[in-house]
Write a protein that binds this ligand. Structure first.
Ligand SMILES: Cc1ncc(COP(=O)(O)O)c(C=O)c1O
Length: 457
């Protein structure tokens, strides 16, 4: 038997092509097997089917590339919660663009590793160019903005706290009660005090409460505001928060993991006014950017802030190599081996341009408005609030929290819809996070029909 062929080099594409046909066939038949947004039957049934399809995870003798790809890809597809299905709308779980997935294949085939120039000569330049362009979107007036590529909002927020600690010593994080859970973990990991929680009674950070906290707290402070909350897609009052930070000598980080791509929409960009007053900004392109994970960024207003991440490892960036002109990449991440996640993003930005991506943002924003309107027109349903981003919270009138939770779980178990849940106003709500720009008014109506059907059971 011929040794397993490789993906790269001149022969790689010819070896890949028939395998890709197999993968694409398996994706198609797996989606048909599923027939909906997620597999029916709940965790036990799904686990059973995957075990059956997989058999032994490490057989003594392999089954060969075609059989293994066909069987495993089909089983995983049949059992997927597929964000490309318009009724899969629970989380910030994006349906990736076909072109981005295709570009990601090239990243896998070439396998550049971004920790040294001799593993990623062109990919490292691509990363430099793309991160510079995206950092300039976040900080248009800054002379030297920059951005690091991360695995997502969690890593970006953690890096933001690390950079703040390196600038200011033991910095006290100050976050809204609406902030992402990653700040608490990051503080724990970095040996920082637990974040002070500022009340967010209406889902956004209360500036009066922030002012009080900033007046009472001592020592270096990092305020983390959110532009696009996980639960409700709300945006903290960034201009007021930035003013308060300036007045009290606190630094500002904005977690725009969700809302950041609004920067690309001419229409909705004003919602992010004040963002550029932050020192660091988290943006995820695997949310409102339609990239396969991972596609995170941490933008910094001043590239000099990243100098503290510099690190020496002779096999990757020996002094004499750097002096001789080999770019030193190790300070661009805390990771060592690192996928060229920027490749798919570079292709997407070039293919769609700012206007093309902005149009996708606008489409999802419009869908959220449409869904909210449909909820308001449904006599049996209550809308939490008109959406700010693409998240719509709603619930059947008069339902208990237990009934709301049960509707969600029933739809999951039946494989009919993937809706999220969020607590707001002291009650539990169903959450639809609309990231699929191809969803239709009929899809939105179906979400509500399914929920209303669930209340009759
Ligand atoms: C506001 C916010 N920040 C950070 C994150 C974490 O992002 P990731 O899951 O990419 O680490 C999320 C995830 O949903 C989020 O909603």
């Amino acid at each position: 038997m011929r040794a397993a062929p490789l993906a790269g080099g001149t022969p790689g594409p010819d070896d890949l092509r028939p395998l890709l046909d197999t993968v694409l066939d398996a994706l198609r038949s797996g989606a048909a097997d599923r027939g909906g947004p997620l597999p029916a039957g709940g965790p036990g049934a799904v686990a059973h089917r995957v075990r059956e399809a997989l058999g032994e995870a490490l057989p003594e003798r392999g089954t060969g590339a075609t059989e293994a790809l066909a069987a495993v890809v089909r089983a995983v597809t049949a059992g997927a919660a597929d964000p490309a299905h318009p009724l899969c709308a629970a989380h910030l779980h994006t349906p990736p663009l076909a072109l981005a997935a295709a570009a990601d294949l090239a990243a896998s085939a070439l396998n550049p590793s971004m920790d040294s120039w001799d593993q990623a000569p062109a990919a490292s330049v691509l990363e430099e160019l793309v991160t510079a362009a995206l950092a300039a979107e976040a900080f248009p007036a800054a002379p030297r903005p920059d951005a690091l590529v991360t695995t997502g909002g969690t890593e970006s927020n953690q890096l933001a706290l690390l950079l703040a600690r390196e600038r200011g010593g033991t910095v006290q994080p100050v976050v809204g009660a609406n902030a992402h859970h990653s700040f608490r973990r990051a503080a724990w990991l970095l040996g920082l005090p637990e974040p002070v929680l500022v009340p967010a009674p209406n889902g956004t950070m209360d500036p009066a409460a922030l002012e009080q906290a900033l007046t009472e707290l001592r020592g270096p402070l990092l305020v983390a505001a959110t532009a696009g909350t996980t639960d409700a897609g709300l945006i903290d009052p960034l201009p007021e928060i930035a003013e308060l930070c300036a007045a009290h000598g606190a630094e500002l980080h904005v977690d725009a993991a969700y809302g950041g791509p609004l920067l690309l929409s001419e229409r909705h960009r004003p919602l992010l006014a004040g963002l550029d007053r932050a020192r660091t900004v988290t943006v995820d392109l695997h949310k409102l950017g339609w990239q396969p994970a991972a596609a995170g960024l941490l933008a910094v207003r001043d590239a000099d802030d990243l100098a503290v991440l510099g690190h020496r490892a002779d096999y990757l960036n020996a002094d004499d190599d750097t002096e001789a002109g080999l770019p030193d990449l190790l300070g661009r991440s805390l990771r060592t081996t690192r996928r060229p996640d920027v490749l798919k993003t570079a292709v997407t930005l070039r293919a769609l341009g700012r206007s093309g991506l902005g149009a996708l943002v606008d489409a999802c924003m419009a869908l959220a408005g449409d869904l909210a309107e449909l909820v308001e027109k449904s006599p049996g349903l209550e809308l939490y609030a008109p959406p700010t981003l693409t998240t719509v919270l709603f619930r059947p009138y008069g339902a208990s929290d237990e009934a709301v939770a049960a509707i969600r779980r029933t739809l999951l178990a039946e494989g009919r819809a993937v809706l999220g849940r969020a607590a707001a106003d002291g009650r539990l709500w169903l959450k639809a996070t609309l990231l699929n720009p191809h969803a239709t008014p009929g899809d939105l109506a179906q979400i509500l029909t399914l929920v209303e059907g669930g209340t009759d059971r």
